[in-house]
Write a protein that binds this ligand. Structure first.
Ligand SMILES: Cc1ncc(COP(=O)(O)O)c(C=O)c1O
Length: 375
């Protein structure tokens, strides 16, 4: 796999060992060419560029939909952040205070948006805490189910948790319970899209983006809507109008895939993300996942040989694409590694190590040696 992948990533310079692949993914060589293609249309065709531009956007939506295995009539709409996708869903229900159930371990954008809406009296959130398992806290389906009642409107769950890497267990049970209580479910797939090959878990909405495993950089995110005709959001604009060029003051909303679009779309984001989506299609999420699991197992094994207390999950298939080193001095470890040209990151007491097929066992060995010299 590495020999096939290496020629696709010759332009970037890791300047040492890059193990933050679970954060900012590496740029593919093709990204520059694709962005040039976007610009060439603009330079050459001026406003005729919209025809190929909209085709690229269409292709982006289709590829995300296919990779999500989202069935018809589901639809995907480009957003510039996952949080923007969340707000579009929250803004479907302006007439009442929304009762939300989510975990206290959601990513900061999601957490902060929910707290900001709550401060304005627009939502009321029940925060489900993880079980205090050691060394890594765990979220359970039962704890969610216990908090979802007929008053619940929306349940928000990360499929893979950004801090612990835990894959949310028995997700389908929670979704079934939420639906039985007439609540909708929004999945945050930022750490699972392109990592775990899931069939669409019958959720109502999903958010995700290309920053990490899709090698698409910042700004190329999306919202997936399972039943676009069942809901309408306040987050709209002229690209959601039935007659796009009608300029009428009393216009209808589009009935097709554009019903969830907003204002003039940021086309360059589709071009930025397309090479990464094609990469996932070509190598397949299934094979990339197998490579990630094998690499993580090898990396943890090497760390353990150096007495580095890396977290060894009982079942690694229940975790995402990064491994954890629990450490109170996590920030110090990240900066020590950085001084040694090794890039990783940390969240809430855990250093995260996210390998990519381009990382080698020799690199894991060097990281382990650098870590063991610290104490
Ligand atoms: C689970 C999860 N959700 C969402 C995001 C990003 O959200 P946003 O695009 O709103 O900043 C991240 C980024 O790291 C994440 O890990």
């Amino acid at each position: 796999m590495q020999t096939q992948i290496a020629p696709l990533f010759t332009r970037h310079n890791p300047k040492g060992i890059y193990l933050a692949n679970h954060s900012l993914g590496r740029p593919l060589d093709a990204t520059q060419d694709k962005i040039n293609e976007y610009l060439d249309h603009w330079y050459t065709d001026l406003d005729d560029a919209w025809e190929p531009w909209l085709q690229a956007l269409d292709s982006y939506h289709t590829k995300v939909k296919t990779l999500l295995r989202l069935p018809d009539p589901g639809s995907v709409v480009l957003k510039t952040s996952a949080g923007q996708g969340l707000r579009a869903v929250l803004n479907c229900f302006p007439q009442r205070t929304l009762n939300i159930v989510t975990s206290s371990l959601e990513f900061d954008s999601i957490d902060f948006i929910l707290r900001t809406y709550e401060a304005q009296g627009l939502t009321k959130t029940t925060w489900v805490n993880p079980q205090p398992t050691q060394p890594v806290p765990t979220l359970t389906a039962d704890d969610f189910i216990a908090h979802i009642t007929p008053q619940t409107d929306l349940v928000i769950i990360s499929v893979v948790n950004f801090t612990t890497g835990q894959i949310f267990p028995n997700l389908k049970d929670v979704i079934t319970h939420a639906h039985a209580n007439d609540a909708l479910v929004l999945l945050d797939t930022y750490h699972s899209f392109g990592v775990i090959d899931l069939t669409w878990p019958v959720a109502d909405f999903a958010i995700g983006g290309s920053y990490k495993y899709v090698h698409g950089g910042p700004g190329s995110c999306w919202l997936a809507i399972a039943n676009p005709q069942n809901h309408q959001t306040l987050d709209t604009g002229w690209f959601a109008k039935k007659e796009l060029f009608g300029y009428a003051r009393t216009a209808d909303r589009a009935e097709d895939h554009r019903s969830w679009w907003e204002s003039t779309p940021p086309i360059i984001q589709a071009y930025q993300a397309l090479p990464g989506l094609e990469y996932l299609e070509h190598f397949t999420v299934e094979k990339l996942r197998a490579t990630s699991l094998a690499q993580q197992a090898e990396m943890r094994h090497i760390f353990q040989n150096h007495n580095i207390p890396v977290f060894e999950p009982q079942d690694p298939t229940q975790f995402g694409a990064f491994s954890l080193l629990p450490a109170e001095n996590h920030k110090e470890i990240v900066s020590h590694l950085k001084q040694n040209n090794i890039r990783v990151d940390s969240r809430n007491g855990f250093v995260r190590f996210g390998p990519h097929p381009l990382n080698t066992n020799e690199e894991f060995e060097r990281v382990a040696q650098t870590l063991s010299k610290m104490s």
